[in-house]
Design a protein around this ligand. Structure first.
Ligand code: HEC
Ligand code: HEC
Ligand code: HEC
Ligand code: HEC
Ligand code: HEC
Ligand code: HEC
Length: 491
């Protein structure tokens, strides 16, 4: 709402992937919203977007969330759930009707049911299950890692827990309140669910719930379980010298029909990033660099409303700059200067216009020239933890050697985190992983370097021990010879 979105506009953008009512069910009491494209009038036609229970609980393979997304785009809110289920279909477009259209009287938008849906008593069979099938959750919660080995689903392995036969709702459970267990450590304190404590990685594995193996972790110093989350060593893609890009279903419009499927399509999400979280532990994360036009006032940056941004961008970024792949347009310092100049002459701007991208803040100086980009908290990347995919034990960090992490160029400390930005001259810039881990880079390096010498130390120790042994042996032999000699002489 901060970017000037009304509930109505929010629904148009995100309605397809909110399973529950929320903004879809709110009544607007803001008289301002009435003016904006007469949204209240339009919502009389579209109806409310209520919780779609079927989006999780329908076990029939014909349940089609892509159709739901189509219905949202048409503003057919009250019809969307019927259209997405296996036996209903909806014709007509609410968005195309005139303001005076009455959905109760008119027939421009209508639901039809597949033949044989109803039996002779006019009853219908709904395949409703309590235990939601994984496929329902996947529609909104799935990832595609764009690794160098390609980005096809069949080239990636599944989460080991799911491959072993567990389903999402074995862990993510809830009662009627649908306050789903998230599985984060510390969640049990906040949640009323008695299972929450044993649904974290650690909780389940120390209790051996559902037959979870209790790990022994032989040889790993205990400090690691204080300083790292379980997911740091076990979850997400195996780290490489540089972060991968990941596409998530929710960030990529659920991949429905008509959505661009290119690898370059925005937004660009980086993973895995090993970063320190609030509890002081290092965990694997996904990361997004914010890029937006803002207004700077009292050192705070607030996003400029979408409408103003659109109008300004149209005058600065030509149609030809928009790439068919959906990647960033190639921005230069001139484009930014021009846009900021336009924004500063806009009357509805309250503060100083700025552009945030690639971890930096861009703004003009008094003479209207672009300053050197600055650091600013608003430009900091946004990170959220990765829980899945859990890799098999044999692919845990540290399984080969301690040098999986403690090496002077290992990705865990010294991998490159790609900095994503539309600014052409900054496209290749990176940050080092240690910057996110809150550990001194030199310290991590020096400590890692000590691992280079550890095998030498062993060799030195062995060699020394050997030498001492030989010396002792020589003396021993000498002594023995003496004894033998004495004995012989004593005869
Ligand atoms: C985002 C997915 C989702 C949506 C949407 C959803 N549910 Fe659920 N529901 C679940 C999950 C997960 C469970 C727990 C399953 C388990 O623990 O075995 C559940 C459990 C239930 C239960 C059993 C509760 C209990 O204590 O035994 C009922 C009843 C239920 N849902 C009804 C509904 C109704 C009615 C709606 C629509 C208003 C709805 N659900 C929407 C995911 C969903
Ligand atoms: C229609 C889309 C949709 C479906 C289907 C859906 N979810 Fe979600 N889920 C969301 C959205 C959107 C959020 C983010 C809301 C939030 O962060 O509070 C979310 C949040 C979550 C979270 C919390 C994530 C976090 O970062 O804390 C979990 C866990 C989760 N869902 C699990 C499930 C499971 C398990 C299922 C299947 C039973 C499911 N979801 C089905 C859309 C969906
Ligand atoms: C074996 C238990 C288990 C199973 C099975 C499981 N999860 Fe999770 N999930 C967790 C735990 C534990 C966390 C939180 C871990 C952490 O970050 O500490 C989590 C976190 C999440 C999150 C938020 C973090 C993220 O990675 O985005 C989502 C969304 C989620 N799970 C969805 C799912 C879905 C969808 C499925 C089924 C396809 C599933 N989970 C299966 C245990 C499980
Ligand atoms: C520093 C990295 C690291 C951390 C942190 C870590 N693990 Fe492990 N884990 C490993 C390695 C390496 C293996 C494989 C070798 C072994 O079994 O010790 C492993 C093995 C396992 C196994 C398989 C054990 C078996 O007997 O099959 C489980 C389960 C496991 N870990 C769970 C956890 C849980 C739960 C946590 C958090 C409390 C955790 N791990 C934290 C590195 C780690
Ligand atoms: C609800 C209980 C539960 C939760 C929560 C849970 N696990 Fe497990 N985990 C299991 C079970 C059961 C298995 C054994 C699966 C099998 O039969 O191979 C397992 C197996 C594993 C293994 C060994 C896989 C192998 O190669 O044999 C690892 C590693 C692991 N889990 C890590 C994690 C991590 C990391 C988390 C948190 C994201 C987590 N687990 C959360 C129940 C759980
Ligand atoms: C997943 C990456 C990872 C693996 C694998 C790993 N470590 Fe660590 N290690 C860390 C991190 C992170 C720290 C904490 C650094 C900090 O917070 O200052 C650490 C700290 C340590 C410390 C303590 C140093 C201090 O400043 O307190 C020792 C000792 C250590 N590791 C030894 C080992 C040994 C031995 C192995 C192999 C058995 C190993 N590590 C495997 C990541 C790893």
């Amino acid at each position: 709402m901060q970017v000037g979105l009304t509930h109505w506009q929010f629904l148009q953008l995100f309605g397809r992937h909110i399973p529950s009512g929320g903004p879809g069910e709110l009544e607007s009491n803001n008289p301002d919203e009435r003016k904006r494209g007469d949204e209240l009038v339009r919502s009389d036609i579209s109806g409310k977007l209520e919780i779609n229970c079927l989006s999780c609980h329908n076990a029939h393979p014909g349940q089609d969330h892509a159709e739901y997304a189509v219905q949202i785009a048409r503003q057919n809110y009250r019809w969307a759930a019927a259209a997405a289920c296996e036996f209903g279909s909806v014709k007509g477009i609410a968005a195309a009707q005139i303001d005076t259209y009455d959905p109760l009287m008119g027939d421009a938008i209508a639901t039809t049911y597949r033949e044989n849906t109803f039996d002779h008593l006019k009853k219908v069979f709904f395949d409703i299950v309590r235990k939601v099938p994984n496929e329902r959750c996947y529609f909104c919660h799935s990832n595609l890692d764009l690794s160098k080995d390609g980005s096809e689903k069949w080239t990636a392995d599944e989460d080991v827990l799911l491959a072993a036969g567990l389903s999402c709702v074995d862990c993510h459970r809830n009662g009627l309140d649908h306050n789903i267990i998230r599985g984060y450590e510390g969640e049990d304190a906040a949640s009323k669910n008695p299972l929450a404590a044993s649904t974290t990685c650690e909780g389940c594995h120390t209790e051996g719930r559902l037959g979870a193996p209790v790990p022994e972790h032989p040889g790993i110093p205990p400090v690691h379980f204080e300083k790292l989350t379980c997911t740091a060593c076990h979850s997400g893609p195996w780290p490489d010298q540089k972060t991968y890009r990941t596409k998530t279903s929710r960030a990529h419009a659920l991949g429905v029909h008509g959505v661009k499927k290119t690898d370059e399509m925005l937004p660009h999400i980086m993973s895995p990033v090993f970063a320190r979280q609030h509890d002081g532990k290092i965990a694997a994360h996904k990361l997004l660099w914010p890029a937006f036009w803002g207004s700077l006032k009292d050192k705070k940056v607030t996003p400029v409303s979408m409408e103003i941004v659109k109008r300004t961008a149209r005058r600065v970024i030509g149609r030809r700059m928009l790439l068919p792949s959906g990647d960033w347009p190639a921005l230069t310092a001139e484009h930014i200067t021009k846009a900021l100049t336009l924004l500063s002459s806009n009357e509805s701007m309250e503060g100083e216009p700025v552009y945030i991208c690639g971890g930096k803040l861009y703004r003009l100086d008094e003479s209207g020239k672009l300053r050197e980009p600055e650091e600013h908290p608003a430009a900091q990347p946004y990170l959220w933890p990765i829980a899945h995919n859990v890799r098999p034990a044999a692919q845990s960090l540290g399984v080969r050697r301690c040098e999986d992490c403690h090496s002077t160029d290992g990705p865990f400390f010294f991998g490159d985190v790609a900095v994503d930005t539309p600014v052409v001259s900054e496209r290749d810039s990176v940050k080092k992983m240690v910057e996110f881990e809150g550990i001194g880079a030199f310290y991590a390096w020096a400590f890692a370097f000590s691992f280079v010498f550890r095998p030498w130390l062993k060799v030195v120790a062995l060699v020394s021990a050997g030498l001492i042994g030989i010396v002792l042996l020589l003396y021993g032999l000498k002594a023995l010879a003496c004894v033998v000699k004495t004995l012989a002489e004593g005869d």
